[in-house]
Write a protein that binds this ligand. Structure first.
Ligand code: CP
Ligand code: NVA
Length: 303
């Protein structure tokens, strides 16, 4: 098992399945009011260089439920925001804490943090990946569909951190993934090539959202401008015309499909109000499952 949780590609299918199984067990325990103090006496630093609602709250509450102490650290009010090197921060925090979650920009930042830290590092979103979210989403798919094997997943929209992580997931877990992204907004090339080599033919890409969603079991989308891309909002709104996950597109998928969005959502842009609020939407389950899967990841790496 890897020391850190920076990207799904560090793990085998069996290891990720074990995390999903533990998340299910911890969820059941929490619902039943059965204690699960797997991080008693441990402190986990939660570093944010970008905004967050779900990630911050689910990690803070998750550490608390495991019997540990969460420490919220915003880069702007720490010495990180004044330019203290990542490698110095990583070594310092390792002397106090038993693990670190970090949300930041470049994937190389979490990699450098992990290289210099002696404690486990969890990626709470970078520009390249959002692995905790996709694991929560897979837990949600398993709950609603009984598993992920044999399902067709579709991605409509930006080839962003979520799309890249879904590509890795499809290659590792072995399910079909059809992406529809506008030209110029495709997923990361290296991630794409890695996945194609690992699972040839499993993952396809088109510019036609109808083609991607046709007969899909799981529909997924995300904002058109991610954190850090706010200045591109207008130009992206033009480029992504026709990529709104609306009732018409959902109507092309399987009648019992589920619709996912990691949130926050922009209603009327990447997803229609009627879809996110509609009967196929499982977005609140996804949000909840962040808590359970992250507890499983922390308990496994730091427990
Ligand atoms: N989905 C997600 O990571 O949400 P936050 O940005 O609110 O943490
Ligand atoms: N792609 C989005 C996900 C937010 C949870 C972003 O990076 O802003």
């Amino acid at each position: 098992m890897a020391k850190d949780f920076l990207a799904l590609n560090q793990y085998t299918k069996e290891e990720l399945d074990a995390l999903l199984a533990l998340a299910r067990d911890l969820k059941a325990k929490q619902k039943a009011g059965v204690g699960h103090p797997l991080l008693t006496g441990k402190s986990v630093a939660l570093i944010f260089e970008k905004s967050s609602t779900r990630t911050r709250i689910s990690f803070e509450v998750g550490v608390y439920q495991l019997g540990g102490q969460p420490l919220f650290i915003s880069s702007g009010t720490s010495q990180m925001g004044r330019g203290e090197p990542i490698k110095d921060t990583a070594r310092t925090i390792s002397r106090y804490c038993d693990g670190v979650m970090i949300r930041t920009y470049g994937q190389e930042i979490v990699e450098e943090f992990a290289k210099f830290a002696s404690v486990p590092i969890i990626n709470g979103l970078t520009d390249l990946f959002h692995p905790c979210q996709v694991m929560a989403d897979l837990q949600t798919v398993i709950e609603h569909k009984g598993g992920y094997a044999g399902l067709k997943f579709a991605w409509v929209g930006d080839g962003n951190n979520m799309a890249n992580t879904w590509i890795e997931a499809a290659a590792i877990f072995g399910f079909d993934l059809a992406l529809a992204c506008p030209q110029g907004y495709e997923p990361d090339r290296q991630v794409w090539e890695w996945a194609q080599a690992k699972a040839p033919g499993r993952i396809t890409i088109t510019e036609d959202p109808e083609e991607a969603v046709r007969d899909a079991d799981v529909l997924n989308t995300d904002v058109w401008a991610s954190m850090g891309q706010e200045a591109e909002q207008k130009q992206r709104e033009i480029a992504f015309q026709g990529y709104c996950l609306d009732d018409e597109l959902v109507g092309l998928a399987k009648p019992d499909c589920i619709v996912m969005h990691c949130l926050p959502a922009h209603r009327g842009e990447e997803i229609a109000e009627s879809v996110i609020e509609g009967p196929r939407s499982v977005v609140w389950d996804e949000a909840e499952n962040r808590l359970h899967i992250q507890k499983a990841i922390m308990a496994t790496l730091m427990g």
